[in-house]
Design a protein around this ligand. Structure first.
Ligand SMILES: [Zn+2]
Length: 678
């Protein structure tokens, strides 16, 4: 291999200057980098900004990166303003930047062992758009500018114009001239466009330029082919480039990207959906997953600095789920990074790095999978609620679509409204045939037409139609009423009516209200107390399959009614009596993750409570101290020889009985890492 490379270099020698030879040989020998502690810097400086880079001390900056243990850095080659930070023959360099800032950073990173990725915005390039109006998107309503006007998205680039070749040339220019490890191409979103180039393209594909569905589909295909063309051009220069295309779906990304990345800002999004992504992205394939949170609440907040605890809590949760840290920040146009901000992130990184031996390549263990349809986990409330319930119950689980294998899971949770198409039917059949358990709710399990359960005999119920109780209540029988109050419990959701087949156990009954929550012309029926138990079941169990008539996950999302989680837990523990992890004396907000490396298993106990403050969705300021936590980890025939707390290696007393290792953790301050070596 090495000899071949030398021959290649020798052959191209006569055509290159000496400085180019050095650069090219470096690039050819670059191995694919696997990011560990990454940093991402935005630098969308306005084109007329004076003094760009004038006081940017690249040596001091990169020294600080080394101190922070950063091995992977993303900085701008071209900003979303369409201006470059490098000396370009093709693009437009910031006029007030008097030297090659990108090149200087690339050179320092190379000397200091930091892999550098070049950022370019694919969808936005304002200065180039200003100078080349025929490269811009024309919205379906004919506008070129979008509202509101003062956003980065006021003007968008069309991927079917000469802008495509132009951008690819710029990427090639960077790839050929600088020792980069890869490219982060931002904003490759499918934006509907009816410009002459897109209209022509649509006609060639027999698509209707007046039909919005066709326009959207064409836009999706255009963004995909743009990303694929970039990947092809970049890989022709270096097959080991790390490539990421922000805006392309995770599923498509797996095909031609090189890693996955979750950009997540809890102060605006809240923490709710975060664990959905943590449990889902790792199932898509064997590729690095980065968690990009930010040092500020919003990408426009140059002076914002989030608490050390919040940064640490998020990165710890990510690392305990296989996601590598990548904190986003900003450069100041003149001075580069704010040292105080870099210091805060560096302090957190240094605290995390002492646990790196137990993070590195660790894989999460899971008994349970939450199954969902499609590939877009963003904003799915039922999924959020199912993930929240399982997290509060300290269950070990993944979130899966049909992209990944389901064979390792003992229980499938199929929340609320997942119809079974052919692929689902095949997979569910395999799961049932293996004697494994299923918990479904609402209309999950119906055929795509919504007329009957695909596995009617296995589910043990006949579908009768949507239920019309508003509100609906349930009353659980003796088998599943542990920790439930003895009263009709509100479901806070809609559901379906089912009729149990012979042999099916009815474990909870539906209770109807005196009247539904309606206006009848005279009265507004606002007060609707429970009336009678009906003939309809609220919970049925047939063999290893339990079905809730109502959409209990939507109900939990709507009202966080803990009794819904309690009955779900009772059902889950019936079907999974020996879960991977059991616990005592842990509050609902604590999360526990179990990971594995060759020769050992790890338990992460994480306790931070997000708080809503004013207009901020959620934030964290201090860790929560927990005491006297009792944990039991199933041995799975991996009986430990040594149990200790990392990183201090302090031994922990433990007992093994009935297939579990029982450990008491005297105190945990935000995070504890228990290691069981076998
Ligand atoms: Zn177009």
């Amino acid at each position: 291999m090495k000899r071949n490379l030398q021959i290649t270099i020798f052959l191209i020698l006569p055509f290159l200057s000496l400085s180019q030879i050095n650069k090219s040989s470096d690039i050819v020998t670059t191995k694919k980098h696997s990011p560990k502690y990454a940093l991402f810097y935005d630098n969308h400086i306005m084109p007329p900004n004076p003094d760009v880079g004038a006081n940017f001390d690249v040596e001091s900056f990169t020294d600080r990166l080394v101190k922070a243990g950063v091995d992977y850095l993303t900085v701008h080659a071209r900003s979303n303003q369409g201006m470059t930070f490098f000396d370009t023959k093709i693009g437009i360099k910031y006029p007030s930047l008097k030297y090659d800032l990108f090149g200087k950073i690339a050179d320092a990173c190379k000397r200091k062992g930091i892999a550098l990725t070049a950022y370019m915005n694919g969808g936005l390039s304002h200065e180039e758009g200003l100078r080349n109006r025929d490269w811009l998107i024309i919205e379906p309503d004919g506008r070129v500018y979008r509202e509101p006007r003062v956003t980065a998205w006021v003007r968008n680039m069309c991927f079917n114009t000469p802008y495509r070749e132009h951008t690819i040339s710029l990427i090639e220019e960077v790839a050929n001239n600088y020792p980069v490890a890869g490219f982060f191409i931002d904003g490759v979103n499918a934006r509907p466009c009816v410009c002459p180039a897109c209209a022509k393209g649509m006609k060639e594909k027999n698509m209707d330029v007046n039909n919005m569905d066709d326009i959207l589909e064409f836009a999706r295909e255009s963004s995909l082919s743009f990303a694929k063309d970039i990947a092809k051009a970049a890989r022709a220069i270096n097959p080991n480039f790390l490539l990421y295309f922000n805006g392309i779906s995770y599923k498509d990304q797996v095909e031609f990207g090189a890693y996955l990345e979750l950009e997540y800002i809890p102060t605006s999004q809240g923490y709710d959906a975060f664990p959905v992504f943590m449990s889902y992205l790792r199932t898509l394939g064997d590729m690095p997953v980065l968690l990009m949170n930010t040092r500020f609440n919003n990408w426009r907040h140059f002076g914002g600095l989030r608490t050390e605890t919040a940064l640490k809590a998020e990165l710890l949760s990510g690392l305990a789920n296989g996601m590598r840290p990548n904190v986003g920040g900003h450069f100041h146009p003149k001075y580069g990074p704010f040292n105080a901000a870099l210091e805060r992130v560096g302090k957190v990184y240094n605290e995390l790095q002492v646990m790196e031996p137990w993070f590195s390549e660790a894989k999460n263990l899971a008994d349970v999978a939450v199954v969902f349809k499609g590939e877009n986990v963003r904003g799915d409330r039922k999924l959020n609620a199912a993930v929240r319930m399982l997290g509060e119950l300290k269950q070990q689980f993944d979130v899966v679509s049909t992209t990944s294998d389901w064979s390792k899971y003992k229980v499938l949770v199929i929340p609320d409204d997942v119809p079974f198409d052919r692929e689902f039917t095949k997979r569910i059949k395999t799961h049932i045939n293996a004697g494994k358990a299923i918990i479904s709710s609402g209309s999950s399990g119906l055929n795509p037409e919504g007329t009957e359960f695909v596995f009617e005999n296995e589910w043990g119920v006949k579908y009768l139609g949507e239920n019309d109780f508003n509100p609906a209540f349930f009353a659980a029988g003796d088998n599943f009423n542990r920790n439930l109050p003895d009263m009709p419990i509100q479901l806070f959701s809609t559901g379906v009516n089912v009729k149990p087949l012979p042999g099916t156990r009815v474990e909870a009954d539906l209770v109807k209200p005196y009247y539904n929550n309606i206006w009848d012309g005279e009265y507004a029926y606002e007060y609707c107390p429970p009336d009678k138990v009906t003939e309809f079941p609220a919970l049925t169990v047939n063999g290893r399959i339990a079905h809730f008539s109502h959409r209990i996950f939507a109900g939990y999302y709507a009202q966080a009614h803990v009794e819904l989680r309690n009955i779900f837990r009772n059902v889950l523990l019936e079907l999974l009596p020996e879960p991977l992890l059991k616990y005592e004396n842990l509050p609902s907000f604590a999360r526990v993750y179990v990971t594995e490396q060759p020769g050992r298993r790890m338990i992460h106990v994480i306790s931070y409570v997000p708080e809503k403050r004013g207009a901020v969705a959620e934030m964290i300021e201090e860790p929560i101290i927990l005491n006297n936590i009792k944990l039991s980890l199933r041995t799975d025939e991996k009986t430990p020889k040594k149990v200790y707390l990392a990183p201090g290696m302090k031994p922990l007393a433990y007992k093994v009985n009935n297939g579990y290792v029982n450990i008491t953790l005297p105190e945990s301050k935000g995070h504890s890492l228990i290691v069981l070596e076998h």
